[in-house]
Design a protein around this ligand. Structure first.
Ligand SMILES: Cc1ncc(COP(=O)(O)O)c(C=O)c1O
Length: 365
């Protein structure tokens, strides 16, 4: 079975599957978000191309969410499209972009599309982030960009303010672009933006997929100073704007954030604990990073000798629990771990807790 087959099966059984494979969020959506989508559909707003700058109020609400009054932005089909636009606009053949292993590797593929390549600094070791020292060691004259995923997918590790400042200072000293991928920011109450330290050349990759639970609507933004965004616009393929229903949902999500975010964080804390207790029961399995500052973390299986891809398969096909093997997220260490997301109901998390030890026992035996 390939990962593609697993996704085919999971989608086919979507209503029964505990979806712990993509850091999405299947917890209840705030009623105002649903209402915004329904109203937009009822009013057939979709008949028209949306306003190019986004529906009225959306850019302002994003700025307010970040506390950045002057930031400019391009609304995109998910954060990943903004990263595509940024890498396209800012990198060329022979350049290097400093990133990590593990990381969300599709961004590295985007770097490769420009002819540049991603330097993957090994962070599968304490403190599980790209420290300023590690970054400095890997900078070369070809380095043009630094990519920080904060909190990190898949590790769930978060950068401290001094670590982010350290990276921002290095980027500034070397004249690098700094992409601060803040897809999982909402899960970390102590998160600090790199923009606070290096506003001139920091671009924020912003997503509505995770905490607000809007992954399927495909909406996000790339955000930065006006001159940088002007440079990026040359590669903006959405001249006709992004999905208007998604924009309505995004605006409603920001306006109601104070009402839904605390509950999502509470369930994440609870589910993390449940998973921690479960992992502790399995000989040789461990959580390198705990607690996670995102909505996922890694379960290291290396000492068990069990292949994470087989664990992914057995959890899905025998127990309807969909997790993701590490090969999607790390070239060096992917064979060692399983990534588990926990923005799911406590019942779904319980299903994982019940089935993971059974699967591991069968496979280890
Ligand atoms: C670090 C990181 N960046 C970007 C994305 C893409 O997010 P979006 O759904 O907003 O395109 C993901 C999705 O998992 C991610 O993990």
């Amino acid at each position: 079975m390939t990962s593609k087959d697993n996704f085919e099966f999971a989608h086919e059984h979507r209503h029964e599957v505990a979806w712990m494979s993509q850091n999405t969020n299947t917890l209840p959506v705030h009623p105002s978000i649903l209402e915004a989508i329904r109203t937009s559909a009822d009013e057939r707003e979709f008949n028209l191309y949306p306003r190019k700058a986004g529906i009225s109020g959306l850019a302002e609400a994003i700025r307010e969410d970040l506390g950045l009054d002057d930031a400019d932005m391009i609304l995109t089909n998910g954060g990943i499209e903004g990263e595509y636009i940024a890498t396209r606009a800012l990198l060329k053949a022979g350049d290097e972009a400093l990133s990590t292993d593990p990381a969300f590797l599709p961004i590295h593929d985007q770097v490769a599309m420009t002819g540049a390549h991603a330097i993957e600094v090994d962070i599968y070791r304490k403190p599980y982030v790209l420290t300023p020292d590690l970054a400095l060691e890997s900078i070369t004259p070809a380095t043009k960009m630094l990519l920080a995923i904060d909190p990190n997918n898949p590790l769930g590790s978060g950068y401290s303010p001094s670590q982010i400042k350290g990276l921002a200072d290095i980027a500034k000293d070397h004249g690098l672009w700094l992409i601060d991928d803040i897809t999982y920011r909402d899960f970390n109450a102590d998160h600090v933006l790199a923009t606070d330290f290096y506003p001139e050349r920091t671009l924020l990759s912003y997503s509505f997929s995770k905490a607000p639970g809007l992954a399927g609507l495909r909406i996000g933004a790339i955000i930065g100073p006006a001159d940088a965004i002007r440079t990026l616009r040359r590669f903006d393929t959405n001249v006709l704007g992004v999905n208007v229903l998604a924009q309505r949902a995004a605006l409603a999500a920001l306006r109601s954030k104070k009402e839904w975010l605390p509950e999502i964080r509470r369930i994440c804390r609870k589910n993390q604990e449940t998973i921690r207790h479960t992992v502790a029961k399995v000989n040789g399995a461990a959580l390198p990073v705990f607690p996670s500052k995102a909505n996922m973390f890694v379960i290291d299986l290396a000492p068990t000798g069990v292949n994470p891809e087989v664990v992914e398969e057995r959890l899905l096909f025998d127990h309807l629990v969909h997790t993701r093997a590490g090969s999607y997220l790390s070239k060096k260490h992917g064979g060692k771990f399983l990534r588990v997301s926990f923005t799911v109901s406590e019942d779904d998390c319980r299903r994982f807790a019940d089935s993971f030890p059974i699967v591991m026992e069968k496979l280890a035996g």
